[in-house]
Design a protein around this ligand. Structure first.
Ligand code: ZN
Length: 197
């Protein structure tokens, strides 16, 4: 099966709020096929999340998954400060986001639709996400650390928001340059890029 290309920034589908799906749509073969395709596209990229608008479909659907193999460059300590832990494949329809507390963490983040770049993005540390699962039933997921970051990033996509709208813009890097900063303490990175605290 030929996988669809990931839509890159500049296409207005990435800037348009996506539409809710009904339980009937969730049960339909078309939407089941779409979810299978989204999962394949995410894994092939590889990425840790994908929202339907990223393959040109303006519906409120996201997939996410994080695995040890995707975090192999991080030491145990680096995983710990990021709260980066494996997260099973999760499919969510019409997700809604709630912040838990005010604590934020700032780390480099990238996007498959802004290919080749990264920047520091502050995100809330802890969230609750509600929505419908693949059976059309309500689900509630509590997430912290990196999974919470992924949810915030993907749900932003469903509102037509990209991380570049939230980034500390002075830290915007091509990935070749970002590589040397990714794992440095964020305070050192901010200082190097002239970002006041
Ligand atoms: Zn993205």
């Amino acid at each position: 099966m030929l996988l669809p290309k990931i839509v890159q920034t500049g296409k207005t589908v990435l800037r348009t709020p996506a539409s809710s799906v009904t339980p009937e749509q969730i049960a339909s073969p078309e939407v089941k096929r779409l979810v299978t395709t989204m999962t394949k596209v995410m894994r092939a990229a590889p990425g840790v999340g994908l929202a339907a608008p990223q393959i040109g479909v303006p519906l409120r659907i996201l997939v996410m998954e994080d695995k040890d193999s995707l975090m192999s460059k991080l030491s145990p300590d680096q995983r710990k400060i990021r709260g980066r832990v494996p997260f099973p494949l999760t499919v969510l329809f019409n997700p809604e986001l709630q912040f838990v507390g005010e604590e934020e963490d700032t780390f480099f983040e990238g996007c498959l639709s802004v290919s080749g770049f990264s920047a520091l993005v502050p995100r809330k540390r802890s969230v609750i996400v509600t929505g419908l699962d693949e059976s059309g039933l309500p689900v509630r997921i509590e997430a912290q650390g990196w999974p919470a970051r992924i949810f915030q990033h993907e749900i932003d996509h469903l509102h037509g928001i990209l991380y570049v709208d939230r980034m500390l813009s002075r830290s915007f890097c091509i990935n070749d340059e970002a590589a040397q900063w990714l794992l440095k303490p964020v305070e050192d990175v901010k200082k190097a890029f002239g970002i006041g605290g």
